[in-house]
Design a protein around this ligand. Sequence first.
Ligand SMILES: *Cc1c(COP(=O)(O)O)cnc(C)c1O
Length: 468
Amino acid sequence: MDRQSLLRALPKTDDLLRRADLTALAETVPRPLVADAVRSVVDDVRERILSGAAESFDDDGLAARVIALVTERMRPSLRPVINATGIIVHTNLGRSVLAPEAVEAAARVAAGYSNLEYDVASGERGSRHVHVESLICQLTGAEAAIAVNNNAAAVFLAIAGLACDGEAIVSRGQLVEIGGSFRIPDIMRQTGARMVEVGTTNKTRLKDYERAITPRSALLLKVHSSNFRMVGFTEEASLAELVALGRERGVPVYEDQGSGVLIDLAPYGIAGEPTVRSSIEAGADVVSISGDKLLGGPQAGILAGRRDAIERLKSHPLARALRLDKMTLAALEATLRLYLDPERAVRDIPTLAMLLSPPEKVAARARMLASRIGAVSAGAFDVLTEPDTSRAGGGALPMAEIPTTVVTLAPLRTSANALEASLRLGDPTIVARIHEGHVLLDLRTLSAAEADAVVGRLERIASETDGR
Ligand SMILES: *Cc1c(COP(=O)(O)O)cnc(C)c1O
């Protein structure tokens, strides 16, 4: 056909929209989106005809392109992905996976009204803090507690609330960057507190703090080195020593534990992460931790400690700006409730269950996955299992090498980079690691249903590359 005939044969937008398949589509997605997509597709074909690039088309083909375009535009921007990296608290992938109890609790309060700030007993205005405060106190031994938007917010509120017009004393070995642009010295400046650095990078003694105390001292700050470790010729004052000094000189002590944990994980083979309870027992006035690192709950920051200090933070004007919404509070409450029975917590909170899953169990799942992939690989990849290391992630347990077994895929018809990209760009997104020409799938962070999805995707990829 010549150009003019092709142009004449192009269907009108309205005619295409009346097709049964596109009418049906417009019932499930916003109608303007379908009309827009029809216009885009027809315009594109018209341009291609005018430039001589298009020689034929048919309405079925145009409709299929419209459906593909609408599907792509309707795909949520924020959506689930499959984490096959073995990094358990993966900040880029949304950190902790919530327990079903937490998901249900969030969905329930989201779907209707709730007693968020309503005291049912008196029929009067209540406080949103009550929903998690007594649980946190019960789990940590603290007198009072408040939960805010995240631990970065907790750090900010604690320093602003306790030291904004005074000096905060901190060791040079603890002036850390936590991630992004969140650096203790910068945060300190923003709060209005004057930072007084003591000691050296590798050694800070109690005497260093003692000498720095003046009538303007408002806070002794201790930052847990959650995302790095110093080894060798090092020394730092213990929390108990700082507390004794603070008591003697009338200066409150605040410890940012970073990830922190609510129960001692040492009996489960994870040592070195202090519990909030241990710091409260050591006498810290305030302790802060993240809600979505090793705790395994929603994004939140928990501040627990002595009543007078926490009350000051609750009534600080920033508390309102940093407060949690009802869905997060519900999910946090449900997660904390699981901790009332530690055995249940390590079993039912996905972050802990993944972290503590025995290596031989992960290995058995890896061998099973490898054999299933082998059965559908149609010669597209060599499949093996190999011992490897999972990571806690999220700036927690930086030295912990968690033994795991990975499935290794060596593509025979494409490169590892191409296979990794196919996994990532498909639906759902599957995020895997590449190592020395292999694509690695770590079973530690894959649920059974996700492993099924991985097999399905690899089967499709294998058949698509077949016969190339
Ligand atoms: C992760 C971390 C924070 C920040 O917590 P978020 O939950 O990411 O806001 C603060 N302090 C330390 C020591 C941390 O490890």
